[in-house]
Design a protein around this ligand. Structure first.
Ligand code: ADP
Ligand code: NA
Length: 332
């Protein structure tokens, strides 16, 4: 009985990376169309779960919005807005804080990764992050959430919260959201350490491709990407224990709308001296038009703010009645 509706978001906690683009934004663009209503969000309330300089946060919000627009998110076909401009997110998150159990949060691996060995010093917001994410999605009765692999556990928790809410209040109000984790780039890895995912907030800039990197920087980063010395194998099977090599093949496949199998078929036997420059050329080819458009948009921040404000109004038109109904169900 639920309208097929996509919800997803990105934190303005640093510049957009190739991981965000291939694992999320590029796939969001493909979902715009008659099959789904699409709602996309810059999730600034999530960003402040770790310290953000206020001016950087404001600039980061515009940069993420510009990245989405430049990649092809169309504000006439999708709702595109900034989370903190729709206060209903924080209100539903509070209700979900009272539905979710402490034990559920204790199992979240992203909290453990982000809090590190000093969890006592992490913000309470970082701990409750998955509850806010559930609110983001369920405030729109989101049925499908296209994300990277790193978010799978959070979408599962969203289902747990929806199920417990529906059970406790004897309603069938929130949908069982499906994670949509598809394509060759569900987990783009760090270029210097193939065991970690590429992230906007990583230690060193050489670990990631930023959407605003210029052609020379992209080429240099791929050239310096860590790999083993062996050439590319005959079949994908040969990459089983070669995560760094597999990562570069996956990136190539995702950028060229191909599959890792086809990339291997084309490049089997090639050494890195051949494959890395081909990958860099491909990346520059695909990313340069996006970064050029991002820069153009960022020259006019007032226009980005206007688009986000319009988007927030459209978002609230969906969110406000759902929050009002939730209050009624809960007895608030
Ligand atoms: P980050 O981890 O870079 O701060 P976010 O937490 O804001 O990114 O995630 C935004 C979206 O990008 C999510 O859908 C997430 O799954 C996706 N994503 C982030 N990093 C990667 C990656 N390395 N590979 C694939 N998808 C990713
Ligand atoms: Na993430």
């Amino acid at each position: 009985q639920f309208t097929p509706r996509v919800f997803s978001g990105i934190k303005p906690s640093g510049g957009l990376t190739l991981g965000n683009y291939l694992g999320a934004i590029k796939r969001w663009c493909d979902m715009q169309g008659p099959a789904f209503e699409t709602v996309f969000c810059v999730v600034d309330l999530h960003a402040i779960t770790v310290w953000q300089d206020p001016a950087d946060l404001r600039a980061g919000t515009r940069e993420i919005a510009a990245g989405m627009l430049a990649s092809g998110i169309d504000p006439t076909r999708s709702v595109l807005f900034n989370q903190s401009q729709v206060h209903e997110h924080a209100e539903l998150a509070w209700i979900f804080n009272c539905v979710a159990r402490v034990g559920w949060m204790n199992r979240m691996t992203q909290f453990k990764d982000k809090a590190g060995s000093n969890a006592e010093k992490a913000s309470l917001g970082l701990y409750a992050y998955p509850s806010l994410m559930a609110a983001d999605i369920l405030l729109y009765h989101g049925t499908h959430v296209p994300v990277g692999e790193d978010q799978k556990q959070h979408v599962e928790l969203t289902r747990d919260i929806a199920a417990k809410f529906n059970h406790d209040y004897k309603v069938d109000f929130f949908p069982m959201t499906e994670p949509v984790i598809e394509g060759p780039a569900t987990r783009v890895m760090n270029l210097r350490d193939g065991t970690k995912k590429m992230s906007k907030s990583g230690e060193s800039d050489m670990e990631r491709i930023n959407m605003l990197d210029d052609a020379d920087t992209i080429a240099k980063k791929f050239k310096k990407a860590r790999t083993d010395p062996a050439p590319l194998p005959e079949t994908l099977d040969g990459l089983k224990d070669r995560p760094e090599a597999r990562n570069l093949v996956d990136i190539f496949a995702a950028l060229s709308d191909s599959t890792p199998d086809k990339v291997i078929a084309e490049y089997s036997g090639a050494g890195w001296g051949q494959f890395k420059p081909a990958l860099a050329d491909l990346a520059v080819d695909k990313l340069a038009p996006i970064s050029t458009e991002m820069r153009r948009l960022l020259d006019d921040p007032a226009e980005i703010d206007r688009i986000l404000r319009d988007g927030a109004e459209k978002a609230r038109a969906i969110a406000a009645p759902i929050l009002a109904k939730t209050y009624e169900i809960v007895g608030l």
